[in-house]
Design a protein around this ligand. Sequence first.
Ligand SMILES: Cc1cc2nc3c(=O)[nH]c(=O)nc-3n(C[C@H](O)[C@H](O)[C@H](O)COP(=O)(O)OP(=O)(O)OC[C@H]3O[C@@H](n4cnc5c(N)ncnc54)[C@H](O)[C@@H]3O)c2cc1C
Length: 460
Amino acid sequence: MNDGYDAIIIGTGQAGPSLARRLSRAGMSVAIVERHLFGGTCVNTGCIPTKAMVASAYIAHAARRGREFGVAIDGDIRVDMKSVKARKDGIAERSRTGVERMLRGLPKCQVYTGHARFTSAREIGVGDQRLNADRIFINVGGRASVPLMPGLDQVPFLTNSSMMNLDTVPRHLVVVGGSYIGLEFGQMFRRFGSEVTIIEMAPSLVQREDAEIASAVHEVLLDEGITVRLNARCLRVSGDAGSIVAHVDCEEGSPSIEGSHLLLAVGRVPNTEDLGLDAAGVSRDDRGYIVVNDQLETNVPGIWALGDCNRRGAFTHTAYNDFEIVASNLLDGTARRVSDRISAYALFIDPPLGRVGLTETEARGEGRSILVARRPMKHVGRAIEKGETNGLMKIVVDAQSKQILGAAVFGTGGDEVIHCVLDTMYAKAPYSLLQQAMHIHPTVSELIPTLLEGLAPPES
Ligand SMILES: Cc1cc2nc3c(=O)[nH]c(=O)nc-3n(C[C@H](O)[C@H](O)[C@H](O)COP(=O)(O)OP(=O)(O)OC[C@H]3O[C@@H](n4cnc5c(N)ncnc54)[C@H](O)[C@@H]3O)c2cc1C
C-alpha cells in the first residue's frame, strides 16, 4: 500500500505529537509512526515515572524524619515497592494513553504502529506500507548506552527501562554512572531501603557542574548512607543474578563491590542506526546523532530532526522547544533558532539542583570578566523552616554587561526557583532588575535579590 501525506512524523516522543497537532490544525494531512510506547522515553521510562518514584522516596524519607517535626509515626517505615510501582505505572499510563488518544482524534492524522525506515528521501516504510511526504520529521529519541565492559555479556544488568519493572527493593543496588540518571535512581533506592553504591570513573560526581556544587551533591548522598566510588577505572563485572561483583581500580576503597543488582547509567545513544538514513541521504555525526542546522533541518531539504536524536539537547524541554522552533518557522513564518535558547536543566535528587546558563568554570573558560555570589541554604529562612537546609545557591554575572551568565540553585525548591533567573536571562536584563524585584516572603526565591548583593570578583 502506498499512502501520500503532507507530512510524516517518526516517533511519538516529546516533539512529534505536538507537531502532529499543529500540522493537523493547519489543515495538513499527517502520518505519525510509533514502534513501541506512545509518549516515548519521558512518559514511559524517563522523567514522568522517575519523578513519581522520587516522590515516593521523598515521602519515605520525610516519614523517617517525622519526629524531628513533632510527628510520631509508630513502628517501622517500610516501602511497599509493588505499590510504589503501581502508583508510578498509573501516572505513566494516563500520560501514555492521553498521547495516543490525542493523536488518534486529530483530523487528517493517521497513526501507524511499527518500525519506520526511510526507503528514499520522500518515502518511509512501515511493515508492508509505504508512506510518502514532502516533509518528514524525525523524532526517534535515544536509549541507554551499554558500554563494552568486560563481563557485561555474562551478568544481568538493568537500565532506566528495566528499572521500571522492579517491584521489590534490591538488597544492594550498584549504580555505574555518577551523573543525573544514576544519582536520581541511587538516592531514591537508598530511601526505599537498598544499600546503594555509585561508581563513577571521573574524579567527581556530576562533573559538568562547578566543583563546589558537585561536592555539595556528593555530601548529601554520603549523608544518606550512599557509598560513592570515584576515579573508578578498569571496571569489569562478574557473578550471577542476585550477586554481582563490580571490580574497580579506584584510589580508595575495596577493589570489588558485591551487590544484588547492577544499574548502568552511563549515557544515551540515539535510535538512528536502523532508520534507513543512508537511503534518504541524511548525515549522522561520529556518534550517530543526526546533523542539523540552527533551524533543525538536516542536510536533505524537507527532512528535519527533533529531540534527543539531533544532539542539540537531551531533555524533554529541549525536544519540546525543538517542536516550537520547527512549527513556528514552518507555519508562522518566523526564523527561530536553537542557538537562541539558554541551557537549563535540573537534577531531581532531593534537594533538587536547578541549573541555567554557564557554570563559573565555563564562564572563566570563555575568558570573561565575571562577578560571582553564593549563599548556603542554611542561610535561607524558608529552608530552615522546612528543615531542608542542604545545598547552596550560586550566580555568575558578566562584570561588563551586568547580565547574568548562569546560576545554580541546589536546595529545596531549586528546580522552580531557578526560573526567575532564567527569565531574567531571556529578557537580557541586567542583574539589577532581579535585585530590585520584590519577591514573596517566605520563599527561597526571595533570597535571589539578596544573593545578588554579594556579587564580587572571584578569587583566582
Ligand atoms: C531515567 C530518565 C530520566 C529523565 N528525566 C528527565 C527529566 O526529569 N527532565 C527532562 O527534561 N528530561 C528527562 N529525561 C530525558 C527525556 O526523557 C528525553 O530527553 C526526552 O524523552 C527526549 O524526547 P524525544 O522526543 O527526543 O525522544 P523519545 O521520548 O525517546 O521518543 C522517541 C520515540 O520514537 C520512537 N521510535 C524510535 N525509533 C523509531 C522508528 N524507527 N520508528 C518508529 N518509532 C520510533 C520510540 O519508540 C519513542 O517512542 C530523562 C531520561 C531518562 C532516561
